[in-house]
Design a protein around this ligand. Structure first.
Ligand code: ATP
Ligand code: MG
Length: 363
């Protein structure tokens, strides 16, 4: 896949602008607020039918405009000369439209996976430093894209879980307790919980060694990362866990056990990573996780996703930058977009890739 051209009209800070991408490695530099992240976001948008950063479409509309339009031209590998046109049109208070080669999608989800893309942005560091929810999200986003059944089971689980929590809250207000209904809800949780647990466990076996290897490659030394998939279901039967937790669930009015409490635990030399790691080490681990995701997509889809690296160099020392580029630009043969605020740092880092690079300055 090769992203050849993108035109942004009324998208965030872009009134109207076209970018032609001529090389496999695209470096984008400009000062703060010039639109580097917004440009990457527009590329991501055309791959995922939505922004990586903003939940509301209205926020994406350039101030003073009524809507936005994004148009991209992507060359596909299997038919080398085939160019595909992806267009998204959003007008305030109207339904968003999304087209592939002028044919509109009924369901946007049908577009996802056609042009796979992996973004690595500074705020993603939350998956290393933040709460368990962000790490489950990483797991879920990754597995859902390669196992459609997983996503369905997750949707069912979350729906029943919300019903069960609602039930526990309601029941607390009454003098009687409807055990029969609780048991019915519990039974509905078994199948999806067990499926999700089994799949997460299987995936861990594939994912963890990749993360460890990438971390080792980026850090370039013998820092050893260990990763554990932490789930109450690892050693216990879920049905028994629910019964054991019943009293506590009634008191706290929520479900205290299940796969919604799972976590990934990162250890650095046997210590909890996030509590002892430096900023550069945290960023290295974030890259290791995302590149492991990238590697899995690449294998499943048989083609390298677009890689969008926002503000990569910040906090990484020269050795780590070099080790990272070695993989993303050399070993990987897909198209890569890299932003930085320092023109000289970016140019210097990419110079080694000779005529494979294109540098774009945003003023
Ligand atoms: N809807 C919008 N309409 C107009 N301008 C917008 C809109 N949303 C964001 N902006 C502007 O876009 C700019 C931010 O762009 P972006 O985040 O892409 O910058 P950046 O080049 O990545 O900067 P940094 O180096 O700080 O990360 C800001 O100046 C912001 O005010
Ligand atoms: Mg930015």
């Amino acid at each position: 896949m090769f992203f050849k051209k993108i035109t942004l009209t009324g998208y965030k800070n872009y009134h109207s602008k076209t970018f032609d991408f001529s090389k496999r490695i695209v470096g984008i530099f400009g000062l703060n607020g010039k639109g580097k992240t917004n440009l990457l976001d527009a590329i991501n948008y055309l791959c995922f039918t939505k922004s990586y950063f903003s939940k509301s479409e209205q926020i994406n509309v350039c101030f003073g405009e009524d809507g936005f339009r994004l148009e991209g031209e992507i060359l596909t590998e299997h038919e080398r000369n085939k160019s595909e046109k992806v267009v998204c049109i959003y007008r305030a208070s109207q339904k968003k439209e999304f087209y592939l080669d002028d044919v509109s999608y009924e369901k946007f989800s049908h577009h996802i996976g056609k042009f796979p893309c992996v973004v690595i942005a500074p705020d993603d560091i939350g998956m290393i430093t933040g709460g368990s929810e962000e790490r489950r999200k990483f797991f879920d986003t990754l597995i859902s894209q390669v196992d459609a059944e997983y996503l369905q089971q997750l949707i069912i689980y979350n729906k029943v879980l919300a019903q069960r929590n609602g039930f526990l809250k309601n029941e607390a207000l009454r003098s009687t307790f409807n055990f029969a209904l609780l048991e019915t809800l519990d039974e509905q949780l078994f199948a999806p919980a067990n499926y999700i647990h089994k799949t997460r466990k299987q995936f861990s076996q594939q994912l963890f060694p990749l993360i460890q290897q990438f971390y080792k490659n980026i850090s370039g030394n013998n820092e050893v990362i260990n990763i554990e998939y932490n789930s109450l279901l690892n050693e216990n039967n879920f049905a028994e866990l629910l019964i054991a937790s019943r009293q506590k669930d009634r008191l706290t009015q929520r479900t205290n056990t299940g796969i919604h409490r799972d976590d990934l635990i990162f250890l650095l030399q046997e210590n909890v990573f996030k509590t002892i790691a430096s900023q550069g080490q945290r960023k290295s681990l974030l890259f290791a996780c995302k590149l492991a995701e990238f590697e899995i997509f690449k294998k499943v889809k048989n083609s390298a996703p677009f890689l969008l690296l926002d503000d990569v160099f910040e906090k990484l020392d020269e050795n780590r930058i070099q080790n990272l580029l070695e993989y993303v630009c050399k070993e990987n043969n897909g198209q890569v977009f890299i932003t930085d605020t320092h023109a000289d740092r970016l140019e210097k880092a990419l110079a080694q890739f000779g005529n494979e690079i294109q540098i774009i300055e945003l003023r």
